[in-house]
Design a protein around this ligand. Structure first.
Ligand code: PHE
Length: 460
């Protein structure tokens, strides 16, 4: 088959067997992230709060989401067969170019530009399931701090900052569970272990990372938690994790309204990343957090599609609180990063606690689709196996923001023919208006038609 080149954001990209960008995504691509910079937007509110808390860091607005697979994966040490690279999970323009799947894609570039302490905000893209908390475009913030070995000397900058932040955490109503064994979290890097000064710096960097992020969690959740559950401290826990570009690596969870919520991934940056960035003299940490996930719980936003709403009933609720903080830089610096603002003796006006009041929910309308999976492998090879994300993608492409969730409700294998059957329930609902029956039927018919054509399934 003849493949036409793709035109994306004014540039042409040859397409190949990896190209899988649907029009629903294409139409939303912008040269720079938009939502977390939109006035009165909850993501703007949250980004501002994080940037003013970590005020020692330079705030960077990410460039275009189109990146080389080298930047997104290769330079960060993702092995060739890492599942994250699969076209079932990642949007590809072609084999060498994709939409960034995480803000870490910019680590190497930002370090090589000479930034040591920074926060970068970006739109990121992942093929995934459809429900109230998943959307193929979401936003992450990456934070990092890399310093020269002298900063890690006893009594030096890092140790002083640790002491300041830890003293603040001691006084705050926060309970930190951290019994992760470094070995379990990936262990110290060989490059660090072989040099006592580096090993010492890596240990201090991990302590600095923990104090910084415990302080950030306290800043984001502390006041809200205290208002709702004054008698119990805010609980945070550290869990071991694995990322190809950090070691040791961790995930941080916070207990909020009775549920453990995973809010970020982090770790001590692998030497290879800093060598790749031509900063071999630096050592430090990085973290990446998902903005929607945090905003949804903090502001009680029930559905991730609402972030894309232009409805004034949504945006107006965040308007007064979303103003840029008026704090002067000098006032903000030391005190804020050490988290003193959250201690009660506040050094600047805290953003008020915004809670979203849902406007009327419009009725849902669900349709089921039952089908047999392709029996014999199709000639194109890959298409022969059914991937749920391909189905999700087609539903998204047809119904756009009118689909609320899609779930597998039944599956079985025919005892005689051995053929596999699946049944999915597609729940259509608009956030802003009533859907007409005819409209839903037409969408569902289109979905069914494309499932047959593109996935080779057979309707039962
Ligand atoms: N990029 C990782 C993710 O999206 C998070 C991360 C960032 C982990 C920085 C470690 C360091 O899951």
């Amino acid at each position: 088959a003849q493949r036409r080149p793709l035109q994306v954001l004014g540039q042409e990209y040859p397409s190949d067997d990896y190209s899988n960008l649907p029009s629903s995504i294409l139409s939303r691509l912008a040269p720079r992230p938009v939502l977390p910079y939109t006035p009165s937007h909850p993501l703007t509110l949250l980004r501002n709060q994080i940037e003013s808390h970590l005020s020692r860091s330079t705030a960077i607005r990410a460039p275009s989401p189109i990146v080389s697979t080298e930047l997104n994966f290769g330079k960060l040490g993702f092995p060739e067969d890492h599942p994250g690279r699969s076209p079932t999970d990642t949007y590809y323009l072609n084999r060498t170019t994709c939409l960034r799947t995480h803000t870490s894609a910019h680590e190497v570039d930002v370090f090589s530009e000479g930034h040591d302490r920074w926060l970068l905000t970006a739109d990121v893209y992942r093929r995934d399931e459809i429900d109230a908390t998943h959307y193929p475009i979401f936003h992450q913030m990456e934070g990092a701090c890399v310093l020269g070995l002298d900063a890690y000397e006893p009594g030096g900058q890092v140790e002083r900052e640790c002491e300041e932040m830890e003293a603040h955490l001691e006084r705050a109503a926060i309970e930190i569970e951290d019994d992760v064994d470094v070995q379990e979290a990936g262990g110290w890097q060989a490059e660090h272990e072989s040099d006592p000064a580096k090993l010492n710096a890596a240990k201090l960097s991990m302590r600095h990372l923990k104090a910084t992020l415990n302080g950030l969690v306290l800043e984001l959740f502390g006041a809200r938690h205290a208002a709702e559950a004054a008698s119990s401290p805010l609980r945070v826990r550290w869990i071991s994790a694995t990322f190809p570009f950090t070691s040791p690596s961790f995930e941080v969870e916070v207990l909020f309204r009775g549920k453990w919520l995973e809010i970020l991934g982090c770790g001590v940056i692998k030497d290879r990343t800093l060598i790749e960035a031509k900063r071999p003299d630096r050592l430090g940490w990085a973290f990446g957090l998902g903005l929607e996930r945090i905003a949804m719980v903090l502001y009680s936003i029930p559905d991730i599609r609402l972030f894309w709403s232009k409805d004034p009933r949504f945006l107006s609720q965040f308007s007064s609180a979303a103003e840029e903080p008026q704090t002067s830089k000098a006032e903000a610096s030391v005190a804020l990063e050490a988290g003193v603002s959250a201690a009660g003796g506040s050094v600047h006006a805290k953003p008020k606690l915004v809670t979203f009041r849902p406007y009327s929910k419009f009725p849902p309308c669900y349709k089921d689709v039952s089908f047999w999976l392709p029996s014999a492998p199709a000639p194109e090879g890959d298409k022969a196996t059914f991937h749920e994300n391909d189905l999700m993608e087609i539903v998204r492409d047809v119904a756009s923001d009118l689909v609320e969730d899609v779930g597998l409700i039944d599956e079985f294998v025919h005892p005689k023919t051995n053929r596999k059957s699946k049944c999915y329930r597609i729940n259509y609902r608009s956030m802003d208006r009533n859907l007409e029956n005819d409209e839903v039927n037409a969408m569902h018919e289109k979905v069914t038609k494309r499932l047959i054509e593109e996935l080779g399934i057979e309707i039962r």
